[in-house]
Design a binder for this molecule. Structure first.
Ligand SMILES: NC(=O)c1ccc[n+]([C@@H]2O[C@H](COP(=O)([O-])OP(=O)(O)OC[C@H]3O[C@@H](n4cnc5c(N)ncnc54)[C@H](OP(=O)(O)O)[C@@H]3O)[C@@H](O)[C@H]2O)c1
Length: 332
């Protein structure tokens, strides 16, 4: 499929954002990349243009709305107004609430939550002028089911959900043609775990099962083409979201036992470890992180998620079997 839209992506110098930029560019879309590190963005753009894609970049902190507006204007000058806007920028920190400082908590919320709000507002302003466009929020299973040691991040992801739900109601109320989709992700092998701030003894890791960031990128491209309220990627995401709806207190206990050590490798944190919480960490910008050997390249669950009719047919079949089983038992 060849597409020729302008797609703006925040957090595009690494991880999911970078994989997404590459995925859109491979289809012929013009991609505008935003993040803090000029070197990281330049490197990502080089990768895209090497493959024949068209890309432009502007360095900006998504927590700074004026800087983000300047970056969006610059990209619009280079590539045209955005047809699609993807909010993917993030930072996080691994530590119990008791040992976090207020500035650390504020910074995670400023980038993850407010960065998404600022990105969405910027996209809306530009899309309203043309009466069209699609905004994709990169969500997480942790937006529904918090884990220990990442309170600021989990709270920010849940806040994005609250913000997006409000905005969706407003767009429907106004009869706006602008579409909004949230793609909730499983654990992904990105550089996040190499540069996140931590106060723990052992180095961070994604809670298995781990997927490659290209799995997330394909889901985001699909959501931009077929904007739906939400997409859930990976069976682990479905389990976390549905499990939390059915038995939240049980999951509190499960997470307390499994998701504490589950977020750490066996390796001790180096004394000179640096992080990207308040400024970019140069030299580590890449699409994939350190867990490729354990990461899955596809999500079989998402093949079903892409085709809701399969889910409907399977659910109807299971329901029919259940009804007949109950009737059989009653009439026997
Ligand atoms: N990895 C996972 O396991 C996972 C799971 C579920 C959901 N997600 C979601 O996927 C998205 C991307 O995560 P990721 O794992 O790819 O993260 P990542 O590897 O740490 O990449 C984060 C990106 O955000 C940029 N960034 C950080 N602070 C910024 C700021 N203040 N302003 C602008 N850009 C900033 C970083 O570049 P600079 O440092 O150059 O600014 C980088 O490009 C996030 O929305 C996250 O919630 C990830």
């Amino acid at each position: 499929m060849v597409s020729e839209r302008t797609v703006v992506i925040t957090g595009a110098s690494a991880g999911v954002g970078r994989a997404t930029a590459l995925a859109f560019a491979r289809r012929g879309d013009r991609v505008g990349l935003i993040a803090r590190s000029a070197a990281g963005l330049e490197d990502a753009c080089r990768e895209i243009t090497r493959e024949g894609g068209r890309a432009a970049w502007r360095a900006a902190d998504v927590g700074d709305p004026a800087a983000l507006a300047d970056a969006a204007s610059g990209i619009e000058d280079d590539l045209g107004p955005p047809d699609v806007w993807v909010n993917s920028a993030m930072v996080t920190m691994l530590a119990p609430v008791a040992v976090m400082t207020a500035p650390e908590f504020d910074q995670v919320a400023r980038v993850v939550f407010l960065g998404t709000v600022h990105g969405t507002m910027e996209a809306l302003t530009r899309m309203r002028r043309r009466g069209r466009g699609t905004i994709v929020q990169v969500g997480s299973a942790l937006a529904y089911r918090s884990v220990p040691l990442q309170s600021a991040y989990c709270a920010s992801k849940a806040a994005i959900r609250g913000f997006t739900d409000s905005l969706r109601c407003e767009l429907i109320h106004d009869g706006s043609p602008i579409r909004l989709s949230v793609v909730h992700m499983p654990a992904l092998n990105t550089p996040q775990f190499s540069w996140a701030r931590t106060r723990m003894e052992r180095t961070p890791q994604p809670i298995p099962p781990i997927f490659q960031p290209e799995v997330a990128a394909r889901a985001i491209v699909f959501a931009a083409d077929h904007p739906r309220r939400e997409y859930w990627v990976g069976f682990s995401t479905v389990q976390a979201i549905l499990g939390n709806r059915i038995a939240p207190a049980l999951l509190d206990r499960y997470m307390a036992r499994k998701a504490w050590d589950g977020q750490m490798t066996g390796d001790v944190v180096a004394g000179d470890r640096r992080d990207n919480l308040f400024a970019p960490l140069e030299g580590l910008h890449a699409t994939r992180g350190a867990f490729s050997a354990r990461a899955r390249k596809v999500s079989r669950q998402f093949a079903f998620e892409r085709r809701p009719w399969i889910v409907a047919v399977v659910s109807a079949f299971v329901l029919t079997v259940a009804v007949f089983a109950v009737l059989g038992a009653l009439l026997a």
